[in-house]
Design a protein around this ligand. Structure first.
Ligand SMILES: Nc1nc2c(ncn2[C@@H]2O[C@H](COP(=O)(O)OP(=O)(O)OP(=O)(O)O)[C@@H](O)[C@H]2O)c(=O)[nH]1
Ligand SMILES: [Mg+2]
Length: 247
């Protein structure tokens, strides 16, 4: 059974990913949603052109995590997950929950919905129930991605785009045609604006002012002199990083 195999594989490497993830210097964006909503299709579309960096430990551990460079230049790690499903056989429940625990580490959750499905509202409620049951922190930013808008009739299609246009937490897309991808990427950048990630910088000895700025802003978590300069662990948002680079 496909799902059982998928679950086994994910559970087996889970501890490994956790360790690898702790080293990931970029925000983690997790795709969640009901089975068949189009998560993997969207994942492939968003990451398709990206080459996996060899130095990323998890690249070999977990093909469901990949780096994406947003149009703003910010990098994120996109993580695909196994879809939610009603009436899961009991022997699979524990494994299933274990795979979803990964979502708890995410900086941003993309809840992918098949907006053309007759039961789309019920599916969404079920997903939300599972997420809160898992203990997803209330303050984890979330975007509802209304996928498969290509399957809607013209009127519903327009209505979905209109709704997404005026609701920050909703994006309307088609992972198959690519419609709405730019707006989705912009929404991801926007949502991550306040999220901080850890990065290691080597600040040359001559750049004393830049180093002082990092301390002034309270961004420094580690500072070790090396031959090339100060190796600094910095926790900052994409916006703070951009400001630093303009100094
Ligand atoms: N028409 C249309 N079909 C889509 C779209 N996105 C995905 N699909 C189709 O929906 C089906 C399920 O897509 P997946 O990407 O495998 O869905 P998933 O959410 O990853 O499913 P699970 O991994 O089982 O949870 C496939 O046949 C896709 O081709 C879309 O935007 N439009
Ligand atoms: Mg999938």
């Amino acid at each position: 059974m496909r799902l059982k195999r998928q679950l086994d594989k994910v559970v087996k490497t889970r501890t490994l990913h956790r360790a690898a993830r702790a080293k990931v210097p970029f925000p983690i964006v997790a795709l969640v949603g009901y089975t068949n909503a189009g998560k993997s299709t969207l994942f492939n579309r968003l990451t398709g052109a990206e080459v996996m960096a060899k130095d990323m430990l998890f690249a070999t551990l977990d093909p469901t995590m990949r780096r994406v460079v947003l149009p703003t230049g910010d990098e994120v790690i996109l993580s695909d997950t196994v879809g939610f499903i009603s009436d899961l056989p009991t022997e699979l429940v524990a494994a299933f929950r274990a795979t979803l625990e990964e979502v708890l580490d995410a900086d941003l959750v993309l809840h992918v919905r098949d907006i053309g499905h007759a039961q789309t509202a019920e599916q969404a409620r079920e997903v939300e129930t599972i997420l809160s049951g898992l203990g997803l922190p209330d303050d984890t930013p979330k975007i509802e991605v209304w996928n498969k808008i290509d399957t809607l009739d013209e009127e519903a299609h327009e209505a979905a785009l209109e709704r997404a246009g005026r609701t920050e937490s909703v994006s309307a897309v088609s992972a198959v045609t690519g419609e709405g991808m730019e707006a989705l990427l912009a929404a991801i950048s926007q949502a991550l604006g306040g999220v901080k990630h850890l990065e290691t910088l080597v600040v040359p000895f001559a750049a004393g002012r830049k180093r002082a700025w990092l301390f002034d802003q309270g961004l420094v978590e580690g500072d070790t002199p090396t031959e090339e300069g100060h190796e600094m662990q910095i926790r900052w948002s994409a916006a703070q990083k951009a400001r630093y680079e303009r100094l």
